[in-house]
Write a protein that binds this ligand. Structure first.
Ligand code: HEM
Length: 482
C-alpha cells in the first residue's frame, strides 16, 4: 500500500483521519456522495481516503473533474477490478466494467454503431409512441377517479417496457416472464453491482466476510437468474415467438452468426449476455429516475411547473399525441431536465476509475492503482460554480451553452472522457419524450392534506440514486382549449 508519508517527494494529500485496516470505511455511510461532499468542504476538492486497504481519491469541483476526465483521462480511464461486476459481467465482458483495453474499445464501438446510434434511436420511436400512449391511458383512468398516481412506478414501468421491447422484442404484460419476476432479477442485480463487498477493500481475508454475510451466495444466485433470463430470451428468438422488428437480441445473434470479432475474441453468447446486462442495468433506471426527480422538483416548484406546461401546451396546441419531432421546440423543458440533473444526477459518483500511470492534480501526485471518484453530486451544489445552488432554477441555463454531454465539467450527469455514457442520445430522448407527455396531458395536484413543503427529496441508497419515498400526485386531465 502506498504511504505518502514515507515518500517525501510527494505533497501530503488532505485526508480525513481513519482507523487501521478499515481506514475511512466507517465514515462513508449509506449515501457516500453526501458524506464525501461534506468531507470535501473541510478537506478540499482533491481528497484522499483509505477505503479499507484501497487508496482512493475523490474530486469534487468542476476544475478537478476537468483534470481527471479531460487532461488526465488517458492515465485513469480503466475500471478497478470489483467482485460484484466480475461475477455478473462474465468476467468483464460488458462495456461498463471492462478494463481499458482493446476489447473495451471494440465492444464499445460495436454498441455505439449498432445499438445506441441516432438511427437506432429513431427506429425505436414507434415503440416509445405506443408505450407512452399506454402510460397516458392508464393515468387518464386514475384521473377520472381522482386517484393519486405513484410516479416512481409509472416512470419505471415506461422505461422497462421501452427497453425490453427494444432489446428483447418482448413486452412483459402477462407474457413470457411476468414483470414482477423480471423486476426482481433486475433489482437484485443492481443491488449486487452496487453492494459493498469486503473482498474489494480488504485483501486476502475480505472474501471470507462475503461468504459469511451471504453476499457471495446472493451474487451467485443473481448471476444464475440473469443467465436463465438471457437463455430464455435466446430460446424465444429461436422459436420466432417475439414481436416486432429486429431487436438487440436479433441483431447480436446475427453478428454472432456472421462471426463478428471483438479484439482477439469471436463474439459469443457470453459476450452478448454481458452487453445485454449493461442495457438492462444502465438503460432502465437512469431515465426513470431522472423523470421521477424532475416531477418531484416541479411539484415542489409550482412556478416552474406552470411555466414548463405553458411552453409545451402553447407549442403543441391541441393534439392527441406529441411527436418526437416536437421535442426540438421545447427549450424550457430542456432547461428543466438539466436543472434536474444538476441537483439529482442519477449516478452521483459516476463509475469508479483507476489510475494506470502516475499523474498530478493540483500538485498532488496520484499513484498507480489509486481508485478515483468524481463527485458529480457535489459539483452540482458547489457555490463557487452555481449561484444559490440549493434553488431549483432552470433559468440559470438560459444565457449560456452549458449542456450535459461531457464538455462542461460543472454538469456531468453522463460522466465525461473516454468512459462517458455511450447512450446519451437514447437516454435524453427517452426522458424528454416521457416528461413532455406527462406534462402536456395532465395537471398535477397534491393529494389531499399534502402541501408543497411536504414533498421530500430523500434519496435511496445505490449505485444509481432514486427518490426514496414514492412521489404521489393526483392527475387532472388537461382541458383542451379549442
Ligand atoms: C438518462 C439516462 C442515462 C444517464 C443519466 C446515464 C448516465 C451514465 C453515467 C453517469 C455513466 C458513467 C460514466 C462514467 O463513469 O464516467 C454511464 C455509463 C454507461 N451508460 Fe449510461 N446513462 C443513461 C442512459 C443509458 C442507456 C439508455 C444506456 C444503454 C441502453 C446506457 C449505457 C451505458 C453504458 C454501457 C455505460 C458504460 C460506459 C463505459 O464504461 O465505457 N446508459 N451512464
Amino acid at each position: 500500500v502506498f504511504n505518502h508519508k514515507k515518500h517525501p517527494k510527494y505533497r501530503q494529500f488532505p485526508c480525513p483521519p481513519g482507523f487501521p485496516i478499515i481506514g475511512n470505511l466507517h465514515q462513508i455511510g449509506e449515501l457516500p456522495h453526501q458524506t464525501l461532499w461534506k468531507l470535501s468542504k473541510k478537506y478540499g476538492p482533491v481528497m484522499h481516503l483509505m477505503l479499507g486497504r484501497v487508496p482512493t481519491v475523490v474530486v469534487s469541483s468542476s476544475d478537478t473533474a476537468r483534470q481527471v476526465l479531460r487532461v488526465h483521462d488517458l492515465h485513469c480511464c480503466t475500471r478497478p477490478s470489483l467482485s460484484g461486476p466480475r461475477e455478473l459481467s462474465y468476467n468483464y465482458l460488458d462495456i461498463a466494467f471492462s478494463p481499458y483495453d482493446d476489447y473495451w474499445k471494440e465492444v464499445r464501438k460495436l454498441c455505439v454503431q449498432e445499438l445506441f446510434s441516432t438511427k437506432q434511436v429513431h427506429s425505436i420511436q414507434p415503440i416509445k409512441d405506443e408505450e407512452v400512449k399506454k402510460m397516458i391511458d392508464s393515468i387518464a383512468e386514475s384521473a377520472s377517479q381522482k386517484n393519486p398516481v405513484n410516479l416512481n412506478n409509472k416512470c419505471l414501468e415506461l422505461t422497462v417496457s421501452v427497453v425490453c421491447r427494444t432489446a428483447f422484442g418482448v413486452s412483459f404484460e402477462g407474457t413470457v416472464l411476468n414483470s414482477d419476476r423480471f423486476n426482481k432479477i433486475v433489482r437484485e442485480a443492481l443491488e449486487m453491482l452496487g453492494s459493498f463487498s469486503a473482498a474489494d477493500f480488504i485483501p486476502y481475508v475480505g472474501w471470507i466476510i462475503d461468504v459469511l454475510t451471504g453476499l457471495q451466495g446472493r451474487r451467485e444466485r443473481s448471476k444464475r437468474d440473469l443467465n436463465a433470463f438471457f437463455e430464455q430470451m435466446f430460446d424465444l428468438h429461436k422459436e420466432g415467438k417475439k414481436e416486432g422488428n429486429e431487436d438487440f437480441v436479433d441483431l447480436l445473434l446475427r453478428l454472432e452468426k456472421e462471426e463478428a470479432v471483438l479484439g482477439n475474441d469471436k463474439l459469443t453468447r457470453n459476450h452478448i449476455k454481458a452487453i445485454l446486462l449493461d442495457v438492462l442495468l444502465a438503460g432502465i433506471d437512469t431515465s426513470a429516475i431522472t423523470m421521477t426527480w424532475a416531477m418531484t422538483e416541479l411539484a415542489r416548484n409550482p412556478r416552474v411547473m406552470k411555466k414548463v406546461q405553458s411552453e409545451i401546451r402553447t407549442q403543441m396546441g391541441n393534439r392527441s399525441m406529441i411527436s418526437f419531432e416536437d421535442m426540438d421546440q421545447l427549450e424550457y423543458l430542456k432547461m428543466v431536465i438539466k436543472e434536474t440533473w444538476r441537483l439529482h444526477p442519477t449516478t452521483p459518483l459516476l463509475l469508479p476509475r483507476e489510475a494506470m500511470s502516475e499523474f498530478d492534480i493540483n500538485g498532488y501526485t496520484i499513484p498507480v492503482k489509486t481508485r478515483l471518484h468524481v463527485n458529480v453530486w457535489a459539483i452540482g451544489r458547489d457555490p463557487d460554480t452555481w449561484k444559490d445552488p440549493e434553488v431549483f432554477l432552470p433559468e440559470r441555463f438560459m444565457d449560456n451553452n452549458i449542456d450535459a454531454k461531457g464538455q462542461h465539467f460543472e454538469l456531468l450527469p453522463f460522466g465525461g472522457g473516454r468512459r462517458i455514457c455511450p447512450a446519451i442520445y437514447m437516454g435524453t430522448t427517452m426522458v424528454e419524450f416521457g416528461l413532455a407527455n406527462l406534462l402536456y396531458h395532465f395537471d398535477w395536484k397534491l393529494p389531499e392534506g399534502v402541501e408543497v413543503k411536504d414533498i421530500d427529496v430523500e434519496e435511496a441508497p445505490g449505485l444509481t440514486v432514486n427518490k426514496k419515498n414514492e412521489l404521489l400526485l393526483v392527475p387532472e386531465m388537461r382541458r383542451s382549449c379549442g
